[in-house]
Ligand binder design. Structure first.
Ligand SMILES: NC(=O)c1ccc[n+]([C@@H]2O[C@H](COP(=O)([O-])OP(=O)(O)OC[C@H]3O[C@@H](n4cnc5c(N)ncnc54)[C@H](OP(=O)(O)O)[C@@H]3O)[C@@H](O)[C@H]2O)c1
Length: 300
């Protein structure tokens, strides 16, 4: 069932959004020691330095070297609000250079344009990423939160498509049309916010999103399909949600600041039956909820 074509990054990565630099350092170190081989960060998470420090320690304390670990980071494109200056070619180059300094690395394994908000400058940013890849500062390049319309712009301009698209995907937002397109084009799908249906997903003060009160209520329901499946497979609800994504061929990026959860999220050695996968397929509710200010896929 697992689709192994065009796997740009190791299938299980540690997400680091909402982590301080110190948390990103501690959790990245612990996660790599536990077996994770991919860490996902971004310029806007302001924790790249912590990830870099963890790598330094890993390289000195273990036999692992740079080639063993994949690091993804993201260009903040600008353009989300009026004062958020859109990055041109020079700004894009400077952004990756700053990320590399923060991470203390010569290259990243995957550099993504964080969202399509640059609008008229999307093409310029993408062309700059192609150059950055050519000179070896990014092994792979991709996008995040880009829809079919944004990707088709690249086709119209005669440009190569990205190797990966990092998007919000979980049973409540399955995006079948976009998934089909990405699979047809051989673009690796990296799923983020896999754990949205959990009652513990971003439930702390200041962790905002568009997850509705009704969704939070459904997350708590003791009869919820994920709770039932968790009991049936003798795993946690988080493991059901993460394994579902892996079985569909998506890479995943679970984030936790708790060591036990970080380990639990990596232990996915079981299989969800085809009939249960079909049952989960019916739970789609449509749109994204992660971005507090609206679905970035809807940007024109
Ligand atoms: N490209 C983008 O626009 C974008 C957007 C969002 C996310 N991302 C990436 O994807 C990663 C994951 O997404 P995410 O951070 O939204 O959420 P997530 O990994 O789906 O869920 C994290 C939330 O669930 C809790 N949690 C984690 N493991 C758990 C477990 N085993 N049991 C119960 N609760 C658990 C965490 O709390 P504790 O930390 O307290 O354990 C946290 O509140 C991000 O960190 C980031 O790297 C990218």
């Amino acid at each position: 069932m697992e689709n192994n074509t065009n796997n740009i990054v190791p299938r299980i990565g540690l997400g680091t959004y909402n982590m301080s630099s110190k948390e990103a350092e501690d959790l990245s170190y612990a996660a790599i020691k536990y077996g994770y081989r991919h860490i996902d960060t971004a310029a806007v998470y302001r924790n790249e330095e912590g990830v870099g420090k963890a790598l330094k320690k890993i390289f000195s304390d273990t036999d692992l070297n740079r080639n063993d670990i994949a690091i993804s980071t993201k260009l903040w494109p600008g353009g989300m609000v009026k004062v958020d200056r859109v990055k041109n070619k020079e700004g894009t180059i400077k952004s990756l250079e700053k990320s590399l300094r923060n991470l203390d690395l010569d290259y990243v394994d995957l550099y993504l344009i964080h969202s399509p908000h640059a609008k008229g400058k999307r093409i310029e940013q993408w062309e700059t990423l192609l150059t950055l890849q050519e000179i070896g500062k990014a092994k792979n390049i991709g996008v995040s939160n880009w829809g079919i319309n944004h990707l088709e712009e690249l086709v119209k301009n005669g440009l190569p498509l990205p190797s990966a698209n990092q998007i919000e995907i979980h049973p409540w937002s399955q995006k079948p049309e976009l998934v089909l397109y990405l699979k047809e084009k051989g673009i690796d799908i990296i799923a983020y916010s896999s754990l949205v249906p959990l009652s513990t997903w971003r439930h702390k003060d200041g962790e905002n999103s568009l997850k509705t009160d009704e969704m939070y209520k459904d997350s708590e329901d003791s009869d919820s399909p994920f709770k039932k499946l968790a009991t049936q497979y003798e795993v946690t609800e988080a493991q059901i949600l993460l394994k579902w994504a892996l079985q569909l061929g998506y890479a995943i990026l679970p984030k936790s600041i708790q060591i036990e959860r970080m380990k639990n999220n990596f232990d996915l050695n079981f299989t969800i039956s085809e009939s249960d996968m079909n049952l989960i397929k019916k739970l789609d509710r449509g749109g994204s909820v992660t971005w507090e200010y609206g679905d970035p896929l809807a940007v024109q």
